[in-house]
Ligand binder design. Structure first.
Ligand code: SF4
Length: 240
């Protein structure tokens, strides 16, 4: 049985595993060929903290679009100091200036799917081609695309194993872990930004609004294309 078939046959078994248990298993199952992908939201902070307690040599990467908030870049430095790791900055093929010269300025305003493809999806594909498994910080209740996330999945889009240790956690559970363990977090969360991505595409939200409504506000877009299944808008861009 190939890896994909094996995953499908056992994934129900893993669904009851706690985050720490699953991370421990995954880090031993794919040594040197597994990494945590993080944009340094509170979920990512929890994953990095749990994983760093299990192993010292964890690999962490971020899709550095070049458009993060200064607070996010500062948090990355804090994480590196606290856990004594080097976060790999996976960069797009084009700088922002090169992208502007080829596709026009502020591509995110008139074609955000295309921008996300070039600055996030393609770099992720390049990075994942070097791995056997990746660990994502998604939760099922964040977006409709994430509602059916499994703890252990075959990622058909990128062709490797995907581990979602926090997919059954609530936002309250995540923040409880962050506060109990005194983890660093992005200070923008205290200024009305529950979900933080690239600065041009992230706005603060009012109390009671959907926490992700500040991402691509005013557009139907809810995902970068990293955690979507085939058939979505971003994937169609990818195939154009
Ligand atoms: S979130 Fe916005 S700026 Fe960042 S890659 Fe996507 S469209 Fe571009």
């Amino acid at each position: 049985m190939d890896r994909r078939g094996w995953i499908h046959s056992v994934q129900g078994f893993f669904d009851s595993w706690a985050a720490e248990e699953l991370l421990d298993w995954a880090l031993h199952r794919f040594p040197g060929r597994i990494a945590i992908a993080s944009a340094f939201g509170p979920e990512g902070m929890v994953l990095i903290d749990i994983a760093s307690r299990l192993r010292r040599d964890i690999q962490v990467f971020t899709l550095d679009t070049g458009l993060f908030f200064p607070e996010t870049y500062e948090l990355i430095h804090k994480v590196e100091r606290r856990y004594r790791i080097t976060v790999e900055r996976v960069k797009p093929a084009q700088t922002i200036d090169e992208q502007a010269a080829k596709h026009g300025p502020s591509l995110w305003q008139h074609s955000p799917d295309h921008c996300c493809y070039m600055r996030k999806v393609e770099p992720l594909r390049r990075k994942l081609s070097t791995l056997d498994a990746w660990i994502a910080a998604i939760r099922r209740d964040q977006t409709p695309d994430r509602a059916h996330a499994q703890k252990l999945e075959w990622d058909a889009k990128f062709g490797l194993v995907k581990i979602n240790p926090l997919c059954d956690w609530s936002s309250e559970m995540v923040w409880d872990y962050v506060r109990t363990n005194n983890l660093p977090y992005n200070p923008l969360h205290d200024r009305g930004y529950p979900s933080i991505g690239c600065a041009p595409c992230t706005k603060p939200v009012q109390i009671g609004e959907d926490p992700r409504s500040g991402r691509w506000a005013g557009l139907a877009k809810t995902e970068c294309g990293l955690h979507q299944t085939p058939g979505t808008d971003t994937l169609r861009v990818l195939q154009d």
